[in-house]
Design a protein around this ligand. Sequence first.
Ligand SMILES: *[C@@H]1O[C@H](CO)[C@@H](O)[C@H](O)[C@H]1NC(C)=O
Ligand SMILES: *[C@@H]1O[C@H](CO)[C@@H](O)[C@H](O)[C@H]1NC(C)=O
Ligand SMILES: *[C@@H]1O[C@H](CO)[C@@H](O)[C@H](O)[C@H]1NC(C)=O
Length: 421
Amino acid sequence: MKPIILLFATLFSSALSIACPKGFSVVNQQKCLKIVTGKQKHLEAENDCSNYGGTLVTIKNAIDNRAVSNFAASAGLSTLWIGVFCFSTANTTTCYHDDNTGTLTYNSFASGNPKIQGAGGCVYMSTATKTAGQWYSQACEVTNMAYVCEVPATVAGKTTCKTTYKTHSDSTCTHNYNGYCYLPSHEMKLSTNLSNYASAQAFCQASGANLASIHSKPEIDFIRAIYRNTGIQQIFLGAQGSKWVDGSKWDYDYTDPLATVKDSCLAMEFYPYTPNNGMWTQTNCGNAFSFLCKKKIGSKTSQEQEPIHEILDASNCNTTLFMAPGVITSFGYPTKKPAATFCTWKLVTLGPYRVGVYFTDFSTADPVYIYDENGFQINGPSGNQSPFYTLAYSNIVTITHDSKNDAKNGFHGFSATVLPH
Ligand SMILES: *[C@@H]1O[C@H](CO)[C@@H](O)[C@H](O)[C@H]1NC(C)=O
Ligand SMILES: *[C@@H]1O[C@H](CO)[C@@H](O)[C@H](O)[C@H]1NC(C)=O
Ligand SMILES: *[C@@H]1O[C@H](CO)[C@@H](O)[C@H](O)[C@H]1NC(C)=O
């Protein structure tokens, strides 16, 4: 009898505690979805979803597929962008879910799809009677379409996030995401909005929280949205020396590869007008910054998926598909006399993001050519260069370099960190 009782207990508690952020509906008892009827190109749709800390809807089984199709159809959508991106081949082995859970384990492609040649890497679902629930390839930046955003399910935020600094004690959580409540210092009604690291962490602990740790790109997007239009440019995160103060694993790193300051604390930076803002830099713990507290709301009952990371060799020369984040280098780097060879790197990120290439060391005789997905050259640096970056407009970049003249002219090659932005 025991296993059955346990099963019932689990079902019951998950039915009780699941919640979606404001504006999102619970679909299929476990997904948080929001329909956007205004038609957008794929990238604009992804950007909009990322402002909620989400992506376009991801679909992992037939039950969800039917639920999403019905949900969209009931709002009058006949087609919608979904969170799948296919990179190269005419089968699904290079199709990835937007939410960093890897390649597709389930698909509902109509026959003849995916079809990169002649169509494109983006994917939409039809809800029309005869083709309801079927997926089709589509050019990303040509067609405007309605879409459905998905954010992780969370837990109802009643009686949490109360702070000793607020007079009322039963506030619901304003920034509720993925089972955590986020409490930015500028909403805490403190006597000053700026604190050094130690007192910032003390303020958080007084609310039963810690300075925030961060574990994914969607979480970064969610936090960026909290700070959009606040004018705040730096906040303390809860880390010292690559260790999160809340004891969680250091499993995601968005440190600015070009940052030069070495110090004991970690700040997240939001500079206006930079498309790649939200990066982390080391900073002095004595600085006076705004800060962000984060607190677990309750045990989260929806399934959590471990991100999948590709396993990579050292230079990644001639990789057919290099998924950011990661590091590429010229062949044989950092030997003083690099071998003469021609290398191509095809760099990609998941559907919602764009590729950022951060050269941390650069020394080549002939140019390193950087092309966008249409083969248009977006940069071609050569010589000895201080660290710099190149940001692409989409999620595919190709880099080529011929190192035949490097060693004989005293150049030692390059190293670049590839990050989504
Ligand atoms: C998919 O395409 C790749 C590369 O073209 C090929 O190696 C693989 O066998 C194909 N897989 C299936 C299931 O057809
Ligand atoms: C803190 O920031 C908030 C929001 O920007 C502002 O309303 C408040 O006056 C600030 N408090 C102090 C003490 O500066
Ligand atoms: C990479 O591919 C190019 C062109 O196919 C080839 O000439 C070169 O030797 C390869 N480089 C390495 C290091 O495998």
